[in-house]
Ligand binder design. Structure first.
Ligand SMILES: [Ca+2]
Ligand SMILES: [Ca+2]
Length: 400
């Protein structure tokens, strides 16, 4: 026995090594991949995702889907030869699948990849974790529009408490730098016998706006997280202290429209930053019509390139012609239910409209909640203010 063992120990080292090499070439490994959905999706693990493992030395690849025997969101590659690999994952979501996962009804393709995954002889590497990314679903929307103003205890009218709230209705961070808000030119209805709908109603490709305000910034200074909003106040103060019948506190607004004038008619609330006034068609402040305004939000870093267009047969200031392709969202309110012929926004932007009970009614319009994904509310956005907004008896600035 001892003799045999001795013989074995005396075998040349080179023979042992070469034998071991021959065996290693046949020894394969298992590569496990876990694929996750983008952040803010309803489910973390990505189902039904094609995962491809490609050997970067010889280009050979194999593909498996997640949800195999290893479990949800997991793909397992067996019999993987030693080498260097790239792992790639792709998942196509139909409109219905995207709606279920994000609340936004839009088809999207998600991708992820990792290169330089090293597989050694017979040793399974650490599981590969991939997180899919895709174009953001959803965008900025007007969440609440409070334009009616309120009554005063003596029956007067108060309109300085107007505000607009803008909401990130998407799955990703959106930067608000250079975002503009503007009121659309045109009457809200038959205010007096000679009132006519806007002269620009037949231009289906542009929207003509009066005053334009912009969030300053160089591109990435004002992030807005998914499910969060900003409040734009006509005046960033607690209006309850000025008019006891107003319920609106805008002292914590994110921005206000400060209209600097020599007579100081507008007050600059020190605690609330001012929007940049890009264009202004007159008045003490940015008063949007209490009969019902059209409001748009759009982005431009080149405002001076937008055309200024004279109003036909009018001495009023020119209006700004905004290509509809720039517009991110629109809201339209008219004087009453019979005012549809006065619509200012093209049907492609907004197919409907809302209307309040009366001017100074203290009523507000808030976008309806379509669904909830995790803690994030997804607001209804069918490009129809009449369907997407509900009338509230009192405003709810940053109510959620
Ligand atoms: Ca103001
Ligand atoms: Ca201010």
């Amino acid at each position: 026995m001892r003799k045999h063992l001795l013989l074995l120990l005396l075998l040349p080292l080179s023979w042992l090594t070469s034998c071991s090499d021959d065996e290693d070439e046949l020894r394969t490994a298992t590569v496990q991949v876990t694929v996750r959905n983008p952040e803010n999706y309803r489910e973390s693990l990505a189902k039904e995702t094609r995962v491809t493992l490609t050997n970067t030395d010889n280009g050979q690849s194999q593909t498996v889907n997640t949800d195999d025997a290893a479990g949800l969101g997991r793909a397992t590659f067996t019999d993987v030869l030693p080498g260097t690999y790239t792992v790639a994952a792709t998942r196509s979501l139909t409109e219905q699948q995207a709606q279920q996962l994000t609340g936004i009804t839009r088809a999207v393709v998600l991708n992820a990849s990792r290169s330089g995954v090293s597989v050694s002889t017979g040793t399974s590497p650490a599981p590969v974790e991939l997180q899919l990314v895709g174009s953001p679903l959803g965008g900025l929307v007007i969440k609440e529009a409070y334009y009616t103003g309120s009554r005063t205890p003596t029956g007067g009218s108060y309109f300085s408490d107007q505000f607009f709230e803008i909401y990130n209705n998407s799955t990703s961070v959106i930067y608000l730098d250079s975002l503009c808000i503007a009121d659309v030119y045109g009457s809200s209805g038959q205010i007096n016998p000679t009132t006519r709908p806007t002269e620009f109603q037949n231009d289906a490709n542009h929207t003509y706006v009066s005053s334009v305000w912009q969030i300053p910034g160089t591109g990435r200074q004002h992030p807005l997280q998914p499910g969060q909003s900003i409040l734009i106040a006509q005046d960033g103060i607690d209006h309850r202290a000025v008019n006891s019948m107003s319920t609106v506190d805008l002292s914590r607004a994110d921005w206000e429209t400060y209209n600097e004038r020599p007579d100081g008619a507008d007050v600059d609330a020190p605690g609330v930053p001012n929007l940049t006034r890009l264009y202004f068609t007159g008045g003490f402040d940015w008063l949007t019509t209490v009969f019902g305004p059209g409001i748009i939000i759009f982005k431009t870093t080149n405002f001076s390139q937008l055309q200024q267009v004279a109003i036909p047969n009018s001495t009023q200031p020119a209006r700004i012609k905004v290509p509809n392709s720039l517009i991110l969202d629109g809201f339209e309110a008219l004087r009453d239910g019979n005012s549809s012929s006065f619509k200012r926004l093209a049907p492609v932007l907004d197919a409907g409209f809302v209307f309040a009970t009366d001017t100074y009614a203290g009523e507000s319009f808030r976008r309806r909640v379509e669904t909830t994904v995790g803690n994030r509310r997804v607001l209804k956005d069918t490009n129809n203010s009449g369907q997407d907004f509900e009338k509230l008896s009192r405003p709810t600035p940053k109510g959620f």
